[in-house]
Write a protein that binds this ligand. Structure first.
Ligand code: BES
Ligand code: MN
Ligand code: MN
Length: 445
């Protein structure tokens, strides 16, 4: 089988973790990984959970050598809007040197690059120069509930004991400029529902006499930021440290991340950042409070004169080191309670959350990773933090007491979570090469 065949078989399984009707596919995907890892000599086990299985696989023990734990997630985001895909999301297709499929870059392409990098060493040398553990979960895109529970089990520490954690599930600056990320944002998700009248009302018969829940929801949300785009929730910035001067300096040189390039890439007329910070600084190191969706009232064709019973906002915060995600949700809730007028009722629902992650990029393992990236891609990696989150990483790192090295392969145009998600064939092949280099280098530490 060619390398692409393995990846295509993996990508063909629609392992959408958030959608109940795909549960059997998610399970099939875990079986696929167990079979593949077993075939290259790993002791691979599918651990059942209340939601989706966790795959843990150990290489044959090499005494006196370090152990690398490779984390990844085999679940993928839903595919909608389906009509926007140029080829079916679970029929991997190569066009213009790119593999198009849901999960190509987030995170199946990276997982398979790691597996095939390991396989390459075994094929060439008969065995690995160190110990490798794969930890592959099926719930990252829905909050990693089962893996949080798994990490709290007393046996997890021993089962997953390692010297360093490697994760390829983050961004990469450009095809020839790798990224070494030393931070991830934390995340908390919540909903705010505002309700008014007991039933939808005729907006003329009752109009002007009751508060409109959508208007009120919008007014409440508008109080969360000031004119400088600073968040006004009391205590929101507690524990947040200022960005170090060396970071500001180094981030000014990240390709594609100048304010002009960010505006170009996202298609906005101009950026709107927190006052005093560049776009890159806001993405990497400033906490945010975002509206992800808003609904209520009549959203169908034509017009309907109605005062709706309720309105709903789905929201989330991206957090930085020092912020406690649950404490932040309580502060946001208190803010909304303070600004909620007596003419409506509000309901605040907390959803999943996870802490930010930060490590020292200059450790011995960190340096080996940067060397593997440089030798593979021809340029030294840029040192960045991520605007995105992999909430479970802080937990894994804390429980195992080791750093997680984030060696992302997602290019800015990989369209992760979006229609036409892709990975360049060249990046996939270099991912395999980078993995085998990295493991050989780490085997010498
Ligand atoms: N792989 C991404 C995170 C990511 C992508 C970090 C690109 C940096 C650069 C991960 O699968 C993801 O999508 N995480 C979610 C959080 C999850 C709880 C839904 C996110 O960041 O929104
Ligand atoms: Mn991911
Ligand atoms: Mn994702």
């Amino acid at each position: 089988m060619s390398k692409l065949d393995d990846l295509f078989a993996f990508l063909s399984i629609p392992s959408v973790s958030a959608v109940e009707s795909h549960a059997a596919d998610v399970d099939k995907c875990a079986d696929f990984l167990v079979n593949k890892l077993t075939s290259i000599g790993f002791d691979a086990v599918k651990h059942k959970t209340d939601i989706h299985a966790i795959v843990v696989a150990h290489s044959p023990k090499v005494e006196g050598k370090p152990t690398v734990l490779i984390y990844g997630h085999y679940d993928v985001m839903p595919v909608d809007p389906l009509a926007e895909w140029e080829s079916a999301p679970f029929t991997p297709t190569v066009r213009d040197g790119r593999i198009y499929a849901r999960g190509a870059s987030d995170d199946k392409g990276e997982i398979m690059a790691h597996i095939l990098g390991v396989e390459e060493i075994i094929r060439e040398q008969g065995s690995l120069p160190l110990n490798v553990i794969f930890l592959l979960e099926g719930e990252e895109e829905r909050g990693s509930t089962s893996l949080y529970e798994f990490m709290r089990r007393p046996e997890a520490k021993q089962l997953l004991a390692c010297d360093v954690i490697v994760v390829s599930d983050t961004g990469m600056a450009a095809p020839d400029i790798p990224s070494f990320s030393y931070g991830l944002k934390g995340l908390c998700c919540f909903e705010l529902e505002v309700s008014g009248p007991a039933m939808d009302l005729h907006s003329g018969v009752f109009g002007g006499s009751v508060a409109n829940p959508i208007t009120t929801l919008c007014e409440m949300i508008a109080t969360t930021h000031d004119a400088n785009n600073h968040i006004t929730v009391e205590g929101f910035y507690d524990g947040v440290s200022e960005i170090a001067e060396w970071e500001r300096e180094s981030w000014r040189r990240v390709p594609g991340m100048s304010d002009a390039e960010l505006a170009q890439l996202t298609g906005v007329p101009e950026l709107r950042t927190e006052r005093g910070y560049t776009g890159a600084e806001c993405v990497y190191a400033r906490p945010t409070l975002e509206l992800n969706g808003i609904s209520g009232g009549y959203e169908g064709e034509g017009s309907k004169t109605v005062i709706p019973t309720h309105a709903l906002a789905k929201m989330s915060c991206r957090l930085v080191p020092g912020q406690d995600p649950v404490a932040v949700m309580h502060k946001v809730k208190a803010h909304f309670e303070k600004v909620c007028p007596p003419s409506v009722r509000m309901k605040f629902t907390m959803q999943h959350s996870g802490e930010a992650y930060l490590c020292d990029p200059h450790s011995a393992y960190g340096k080996a990773a940067q060397q593997a990236l440089e030798e593979t891609f021809g340029n030294p990696p840029v040192l960045v933090r991520e605007g995105g989150s992999i909430p479970i990483i802080a937990e894994i790192s804390k429980v195992l007491g080791k750093d997680a090295l984030l060696l992302g392969l997602d290019l800015p145009d990989a369209r992760i979570h979006s229609p036409n998600e892709n990975m360049r064939v060249e990046i996939f092949e270099k991912g395999i090469e980078m993995t085998s280099r990295l493991l050989r280098l780490m085997g010498q530490l």
